[in-house]
Design a protein around this ligand. Sequence first.
Ligand SMILES: Cc1cc2nc3c(=O)[nH]c(=O)nc-3n(C[C@H](O)[C@H](O)[C@H](O)COP(=O)(O)OP(=O)(O)OC[C@H]3O[C@@H](n4cnc5c(N)ncnc54)[C@H](O)[C@@H]3O)c2cc1C
Length: 407
Amino acid sequence: MMLSPSFGLESLRMKIAINGCGIAGPTLAWWLQRYGHEPVLFDESPALRTGGYVIDFWGTGYDIADKMGLLPGLKEDAYFIQHVRTVTAGGRTTSSLNTRAFHDMTNGRYMSIARSDLARQIYQACDGIETQFGTSVTDIEDQADKVAVRLSDGGQEAYDLVVGADGLHSHIRALAFGPQEQFENHIGFYVAAFILPGYYPRDELTYVSHTKPGRQISRVALRDDQSLFLFVFSKSFVTQQPVGEAAEKALLREIYCDMGWEAGAILSRIDEVSDVYFDRVSQIKMPVWTKGHVALVGDAAACVSLLAGEGTGLAMTEAYVLAGELHEAGNDHMAAFQAYQERLQPYLARKQDAALKFAGLFAPKNWFWLVVRDALMNLTSIPLLGKQLLAGSFKSDLDLPMYAETQ
Ligand SMILES: Cc1cc2nc3c(=O)[nH]c(=O)nc-3n(C[C@H](O)[C@H](O)[C@H](O)COP(=O)(O)OP(=O)(O)OC[C@H]3O[C@@H](n4cnc5c(N)ncnc54)[C@H](O)[C@@H]3O)c2cc1C
């Protein structure tokens, strides 16, 4: 019997639950929809997450955003930071890095943007894709040809596949692969970030930071009179991981009380903020990213940590490749899962290793390494030398696969 073209297409159409609507989740949904599948996004948050921190965006993620037609909108929201400056407790500049080298190394395909703005722009492109905010996948049962899914609102449904795009502390990973401790490498730092309105001084398009051994505090001036503050500190300051925002704020005040520079002024306003970002700095290393009808993408699968300065781009890369391999493999999801992992896992492992080399730059463990770091930063402003010093950070040995278009 001849199959009609529409029947053929229907038989390839898969209904795919994606838990997590951050960066990887909506990127995956966008590409799956383009290939004729039916993705459904879930996020435990009642709406797209706001606040957070500013990320550097470049590399293969930037190329994928280009393919998705997102660049014009992203450029409107972007910041083209010109200097990275370190200062003493009294505010005197100790090193300064001109970011021209970043733009040269990436052929101008580099921007800084609030993570929440990047997430919003990707999500807004997901026109017509069903999304259930305030609802998450709480349980999964992998059956012969489907996954039975239980939702936090009590609902139950069957999907062809389930994808965990739910970040560093992925619930889908825990359900399908086991506890996070098996896969988490805590790098030895904690990170916190928050945004305040009307904070002065401001240094436009400049990333200013003050470091003492094991502790760093930075600020970046944002639009609309907002400023972002980022704290990175060694786990040696943390005897017990704080639980809840009040405890996190108290810990930040304690760790930074004798920091000098603007730490006192910044932290005196922390109670104005209701969404402080606070987490361990960790990487996720897993031997496999897929199991049965379940796959992981983004930080859930292979978090590289903030040290890589590329986690969002890599999350988008994983989403793009997973969708592309599913498309190429028809409805043989096992073949697609294998190809997804083979293409990307060694690459992500190299990115993770490279990121670890930057750990000391954020919060050097003693004054000697602090002086060495500042000296290196100054050297990067010397045009040719700067390029050589930064070459490793922008290295990418992945050729983004091209997948056939549909329809
Ligand atoms: C301080 C800091 C600085 C960084 N700097 C950079 C940088 O300069 N450049 C860069 O590219 N990357 C940077 N990163 C990394 C980057 O933010 C992440 O790698 C990226 O956001 C990962 O995307 P994701 O979609 O996998 O996860 P996320 O962006 O974390 O999204 C996960 C989503 O899942 C949802 N979720 C969580 N749990 C559940 C659940 N149980 N059920 C349903 N939904 C759930 C969350 O609400 C969220 O929407 C930085 C990270 C930090 C912390």
